[in-house]
Ligand binder design. Structure first.
Ligand code: SF4
Length: 331
């Protein structure tokens, strides 16, 4: 894990929107300091998870597309990476599913050829791993962070609200096939939604699937800021500890909890100027994520991570109303 280099603020020219596809740096426990790359228009996703931090899915799809010219994304990456920033990962994530972008292989090939010292991470819901071409396209990533929240179809539908026809068992098979073909690290996230997938029967099924998938790590997560649906709550630490115990039985993977109460604070690594701007806006009036995005012109994923950390640090509170989730600065 690295620390944020002082040159960061100059790299992405915050507030001027000089970069369309890049965002960050994002600081997280899992990936240290990462440069985010968003390959997908807002909320194109095969799932519509009840805990999603960036609103309901607008385009429910599994159709892969050339959303943007790969050369435009490569141009932005070249502009930033030619300055040799100190980052731990270049991370494909965003407000949608990155593997839907048909040009993802071209971007990965460019990075591996031109900037081989930088590690590549891919955050994915793993739905498209049933397609062998997708597995080939992302095989040169250094670490893949897929999700698996349910194995039973009814639980999958309750939590992940998939596009009609998608099957939880196919997702598990896709992950097993990926594990067989892929030589990098797999850190599998299991997001716990109390009342949906936290009962022993489902956890044991997930544990069985994990034994077949054989990820390097299993990372148990839970809600730490409001999701898409109001009924979704955070799991208690006692419940997460129990789930960790159940998932560890007969597992060759390292099982860890990454939910907020188990996280160390990362605020020291956050951009002080940006926090000041957020403080000045939120102490005047409560805002939604979308309001902040419009005012600050910062990618929703970056804002989302910052708000998450500020909530953990008890500097910001979140309140759900009929018109959305509003964030306020705590005096
Ligand atoms: S959490 Fe990820 S997979 Fe689920 S709806 Fe949001 S973007 Fe899609």
């Amino acid at each position: 894990m690295g620390t944020a280099p002082p040159v960061w603020n100059n790299l992405l020219s915050r507030g001027k929107m000089s970069f369309r596809y890049l965002f960050g740096p994002i600081s997280s426990r899992r990936l240290g300091i990462s440069l985010g790359v968003d390959l997908i228009p807002y909320k194109y996703c095969p799932l519509d998870c009840v805990y999603c931090e960036v609103q309901s899915t607008k385009n429910h799809t599994i159709e892969r597309q050339h959303f943007y010219p790969p050369q435009e994304i490569i141009g932005e990456l070249d502009k930033v990476l030619s300055n040799h920033p100190q980052i731990d990962y270049i991370t494909f994530s965003g407000a949608g599913e990155p593997t839907l972008f048909l040009g993802i292989k071209e971007i990965i090939d460019f990075l591996k050829t031109r900037y081989p010292t930088y590690k590549i991470a891919l955050i994915t819901n793993s739905v498209l791993f049933t397609d062998p071409r997708v597995r080939v396209d992302v095989k040169d990533s250094d670490v893949v962070l897929p999700s698996l929240d349910a194995v039973s179809q009814d639980v999958f539908e309750k939590i992940n609200r998939p596009l009609a026809g998608l099957k939880a068992q196919d997702l598990v098979s896709g992950l097993c096939n990926f594990r067989e073909e892929y030589r990098g690290q797999i850190w599998l996230e299991v997001f716990i939604v109390p009342g949906a997938n936290d009962h022993e029967e489902e956890i044991l099924k997930i544990g069985k699937a994990i034994q077949n998938i054989k990820p390097d790590r299993v990372q148990i997560n839970s809600l730490d800021r409001p999701g898409t649906e109001a009924w979704v709550k955070a799991a208690s630490i006692a419940s997460l500890d129990k789930i960790k115990e159940l998932l560890s039985v007969n597992s060759s993977s390292l099982v860890e909890i990454i939910a907020k109460d188990k996280l160390e604070s990362y605020s020291a690594k956050m951009d002080e100027d940006l926090i000041d701007k957020i403080r000045s806006i939120l102490s005047r009036r409560p805002c939604t994520l979308e309001d902040l995005d419009l005012i600050l012109k910062i990618h929703v994923n970056e804002l989302s991570k910052l708000l998450r950390q500020l909530i953990i640090d008890k500097q910001v509170s979140a309140q759900r109303t009929g018109s959305g989730v509003f964030y306020s600065w705590k005096s």
